[in-house]
Design a protein around this ligand. Structure first.
Ligand code: AMP
Ligand code: GLY
Length: 424
């Protein structure tokens, strides 16, 4: 089979790496890809939102299966465009990707189908939102309705902060039209867990759990980022939690989407908070998580292309997902200054240390080949170094050891990825 993957991050590198192990796959293309993906796939310079360019390319090359990596193209109808061109595609259609694309939609869905989540109100006007805040309990959470690169969520400790937040989202339009409508949500406390799943419209199969570290600094300080590291599994995701979520969250979400005429085929990523009153949904994503994928896929035993095909064909009930009984930790190597200003273009060395070493992986996120064929830094999050181990402690030790094999100027990482697990 010829496979095309769209996207250019560590997530797409992990998907490409996993797909490359499939006995069914003879060739992988990635649009646009990055320097690391280029070592296992042929990268083509077509943007993820260029649906005409992508479908024309897929037809020309006789691509058998396309996997859409990021959220923006899914929300804009990438899967629909491929289907309309008569091409096989893995990823939800636009009418189902709204599960991530609109927070108001997902909150209304959960309310209608009794899926546990924080209490909320939706506002289309800043005046109404401000009026509501006059009597609301603090802290409170404001969320831009639309996609905002994962940054449209404001946790407000005081009424002043909340009022300022309404201004930022709805008047200053910091996230553009994503803030035309906002969700104002009850503040919850508890452990966060990410659970990825495959869905074929009716059946849902849960992958192993993971946890992200979103803040830039050690001890969860500093600014929010796209994710500075992950570990899998989460020791807080117990058998009881899993049973509760299967009964009250996972299948009910898939059934709700079907009942709404929005059959979901693809990945649902459940962002959960384990509160005192039980697990609740923080958010849904309609795609693999980044950097969750970099710890989940290295532990997966299945041929991922077979699972993708079962989702498309509606035969996921015949697949048993299997994961290694081990653990994985991913440490993101970023450019110093990320998520704000940082410099790029620095040569990266040390990749050879990963060759022929089982259980150590380096997934590229912001890297590129310069004119001289040298791999250089090209983004805020540069690489994700993943290592497995028999348990989380060993995986963590291995990941930090491997993080030292890589060298580039202004290299920055958190030193406490997975540290919370010591408390478990
Ligand atoms: P989201 O993009 O909805 O996952 O929100 C981003 C982050 O904001 C989450 O990972 C949580 O850490 C935090 N968050 C979102 N909603 C809430 C909430 N209702 N209560 C507390 N924290 C929240
Ligand atoms: N790691 C969080 C996300 O992919 O949205």
């Amino acid at each position: 089979m010829k496979v095309l993957i769209t996207g250019s991050g560590g997530r797409e590198h992990a998907i490409a790496w996993k797909a490359a192990q499939s006995s069914k796959v003879e060739k992988i293309y990635c649009a646009p890809g990055n320097a690391g993906i280029g070592e296992i796939a042929e990268c083509v310079n077509i943007g993820v939102m260029d649906f005409d360019g992508l479908t024309a390319f897929a037809k020309e090359k006789g691509i058998d299966l396309t996997i859409i990596g990021p959220d923006d193209p899914l929300a804009a109808g990438a899967a629909d465009a491929f289907e309309a061109a008569g091409l096989r595609v893995f990823g939800p259609r636009k009418n189902a990707a709204i599960l991530e694309g609109s927070k108001a939609f997902s909150k209304d869905l959960m309310k209608k189908y009794n899926i546990p989540t924080a209490a909320y109100e939706t506002f289309d006007s800043p005046e109404a939102a401000l009026k509501y805040l006059e009597t609301a309990d603090m802290p409170i959470v404001l969320k831009a309705d639309g996609l905002a690169l994962g940054k449209g969520v404001l946790i407000c400790r005081t009424r002043e902060e909340a009022e300022e937040g309404v201004k930022t989202l709805m008047l200053d339009k910091q996230f553009g039209s994503a803030g035309d409508r906002i969700v104002v949500e009850e503040f919850m406390t508890g452990r966060e867990v990410s659970v990825l799943s495959f869905v074929d419209g009716k059946t849902i199969k849960i992958m192993t759990s993971a946890q992200d570290h979103k803040r830039a600094g050690d001890g969860d300080t500093g600014l929010n980022t796209g994710g500075m590291g992950t570990f899998s599994p989460s020791p807080f995701y117990t058998k009881e939690v899993d049973e509760y979520c299967r009964k009250n969250i996972y299948q009910p979400t898939v059934d709700a989407m079907r009942a709404e005429g929005r059959e979901f085929k693809g990945i649902i990523f459940f962002g959960l908070m384990l509160t005192e009153k039980g697990p609740k949904v923080l958010e849904f994503n309609a795609r693999f998580g980044d950097p969750e994928t970099q710890v989940v896929l290295p532990r997966m035993k299945n041929d991922i292309v077979e699972v993708f095909e079962a989702c498309i064909d509606g035969t996921l009930d015949q697949i048993q997902l299997d994961f290694e009984d081990n653990a994985a930790v991913c440490v993101v190597l970023a450019s110093k200054g990320y998520p704000q200003h940082y410099e790029k273009g620095y040569p990266i060395s040390g990749f050879e240390a990963f060759q022929d070493r089982d259980g150590y992986y380096v997934f590229h996120a912001g890297s590129k080949l310069d004119e001289n064929g040298q791999i250089v830094t090209a983004g805020g999050r540069v690489l994700g170094v993943t290592a497995v181990g028999k348990d989380l402690k060993e995986a963590r030790k291995n990941a930090y050891k491997a993080a030292e094999w890589i060298h580039f100027e202004n290299k920055y990482m958190r030193n406490d990825i997975g540290k919370a697990i010591d408390e478990a």
